[in-house]
Design a protein around this ligand. Structure first.
Ligand SMILES: C[S@@+](CC[C@H](N)C(=O)[O-])C[C@H]1O[C@@H](n2cnc3c(N)ncnc32)[C@H](O)[C@@H]1O
Length: 300
């Protein structure tokens, strides 16, 4: 049996294997996976290439590289993904938080005049909880509800609230969009599923991420149509909703929200220059009860 490889040799072989499997950032992914096995940062991997692995470390690394070569996302393999400089636990039941979704967080924060105010937040389709929990981490006086139709995703969101010490300000509810909620929220965020059924996607997405987090229906705007009425009903007077949108969807989503009495007040592009977030308010013709949410939601 051959001796276990050094860090440098193991990284070199893994990079070659991942490149052959079509992985875009093969070297970086190999470093993340070996760092996970060794519980060490990139600087150790780069600084000590001659250091030998133990047999157990080499075997564990080989297993992770094999998974990545089958195009499983790195986030699922290591069990977490950084978003807004916070570490979120992710599983195959949750979408992997995307850097572009930080646009929604920034747009939502942009609408808040006083960041210590006792705001009520709602995140429709919370998944890992990344939008709600990031906003709670920035808005020290706020409390919020995260809704998802997937109980398994909500279990992950709850775990993330615990990990980030935000459980006392977060509630989670298993429901179909906002249908189970009453009252009004100052700030609503949503990143609904908006991928078209025939869109060509990388194997990392189509083979591993939950379909319910990607596809809203036969029409990629179906989820926006389904939740538009809830937005209108649950948004407090003077409050804002920040919605993530797919590339090229801004005009259509603005039009369908306008039919529900919600007007666009801002549009934000992500770092790639793609319009990624719409900010909406009531059109002024306000009707119905105005009281804030009572927090009488049942945690799932
Ligand atoms: C695109 S993912 C967004 C997850 C997370 N908010 C993020 O930004 O990473 C959409 C989420 O909506 C949830 N979802 C899909 N249909 C839903 C419905 N009818 N009611 C509530 N949540 C739903 C999915 O389970 C998924 O977690």
């Amino acid at each position: 049996m051959s001796a276990p490889p050094t860090i440098g040799a193991a990284l070199g072989a893994a990079t070659t294997r991942l490149e052959a499997a079509g992985v875009d950032e093969a070297r970086r992914d190999a470093q993340v996976l070996l760092g996970h096995v060794l519980d060490a940062g990139r600087e150790i991997l780069i600084g000590y290439p001659e250091r030998p692995l133990t047999t157990d470390q080499a075997t564990a690394f080989d297993d992770l590289v094999a998974r990545r070569a089958r195009r499983e996302p790195v986030a699922y393999i290591v069990g977490e993904r950084e978003f807004w400089s916070l570490a979120f636990r992710v599983t195959a039941d949750t979408l992997v938080p995307r850097p572009a979704s930080a646009t929604v967080v920034a747009a939502a924060l942009d609408t808040v005049a006083d960041r210590s105010a006792p705001l009520t937040l709602l995140d429709l389709g919370t998944g890992s909880g990344c939008l709600l929990l990031t906003l709670l981490s920035e808005l020290a006086g706020a409390r919020g509800v995260g809704v998802d139709i997937s109980p398994a995703a909500l279990a992950v969101a709850c775990a993330n609230a615990d990990r980030l010490a935000l459980s006392h300000r977060a509630r989670f509810l298993c429901a179909d969009w906002g249908g189970a909620l009453t009252g009004r929220f100052d700030l609503i965020v949503a990143n609904p599923p908006y991928v078209a059924l025939d869109e060509a996607l990388a194997p990392e997405i189509v083979d591993y991420e939950p379909g319910i987090a990607l596809y809203g229906g036969a029409d990629p705007l179906d989820a926006y149509r389904a939740l538009a009425g809830d937005l209108r009903r649950l948004l407090a007077p003077g409050g804002s909703a920040a919605l993530e949108i797919g590339q090229g969807q801004a005009a259509s989503v603005t039009a369908l929200m306008a039919r529900e009495g919600l007007v666009e007040t801002a549009r934000h592009a992500d770092l790639a220059g793609i319009e990624r977030c719409l900010v909406l308010r009531h059109d002024g013709a306000f009707s119905g009860p105005r009281e804030k949410t009572s927090w009488n939601v049942t945690a799932s």
